[in-house]
Design a protein around this ligand. Structure first.
Ligand code: 5GP
Length: 202
């Protein structure tokens, strides 16, 4: 029987650069996965192509797909729907290929519930790492800015607790390399390979 592919979920707070990292992964040599094109109700931006960047749909069309149980997950983000069509993900995983989702955090938590054997990667801003140094450093930020930043960091750390890996997006090529290493290691985990070995000895 064909081994199932692995579901890789790349997520993280807004503005962290998920889209850029995903794009770099698609353009790089590491092509051992399929990207699941999301569906959205937001306006197409210049240069975007329907079916490549997103499936651009009306609100009514999107809601019909939700009602028909055709979405693996979906979320409302800045007044628009974004979601992952279920069929492509299932078919691709069944064919033995890995699937990459690049989605915001609410959707990622729905996937976590439905697909607990997925690999959940939280992309974090380098700021989160540098925060303490910065805040305790020269003191150039106002008290108000410092408080906002601390609150934001707290929220992000709370979200991170639901993921398997935290990858700092300090430089895109480095973040991509870290993600590729995670994918490689995850493929070697015993629960993922043991059936292959069992079949070998039987
Ligand atoms: P943008 O409008 O900038 O392309 O995307 C806005 C946000 O929606 C980003 O954080 C992106 O990761 C997220 N997003 C894109 N596709 C999906 C999806 O299928 N599901 C969910 N939950 N979020 C998505």
């Amino acid at each position: 029987m064909q081994e199932r592919g692995m579901l890789i979920v790349l997520s993280g707070p807004s503005g962290v650069g998920k889209g850029t990292v995903r794009q770099a992964m698609l353009e790089g040599d590491y092509r051992d996965f399929q990207y699941s094109v999301s569906m959205t109700t937001r306006q197409m931006r210049p240069g975007e192509v329907d079916g490549v960047d997103y499936y651009f749909r009306t609100k009514a069309e999107f809601e019909a797909d939700i009602a028909a149980g055709q979405m693996l997950e979906y979320a409302k983000y800045v007044d628009n729907y974004y979601g992952t069509p279920l069929k492509y993900v299932n078919q691709t995983l069944d064919s033995g290929r890995d699937v990459l989702l690049e989605i915001e955090v609410k959707g990622a938590m729905q996937v976590r519930e439905k697909c607990p054997d997925g690999v959940f990667i939280f992309l974090t801003p380098p700021d989160l790492m540098e925060l303490k140094n910065r805040l305790t450093g020269r003191g150039t930020d106002s008290a108000e800015v410092i408080e906002k930043r601390i609150n934001q960091a707290k929220e992000e750390i709370q979200m991170m607790a639901n993921y398997d890996y935290a990858v700092v997006n300090d430089e895109v090529p480095k973040a991509v390399q870290r993600i590729e290493r995670i994918i490689e290691s995850e493929h070697l985990r015993v629960p993922r390979v043991i059936n292959r070995y069992k079949n070998m000895v039987n």
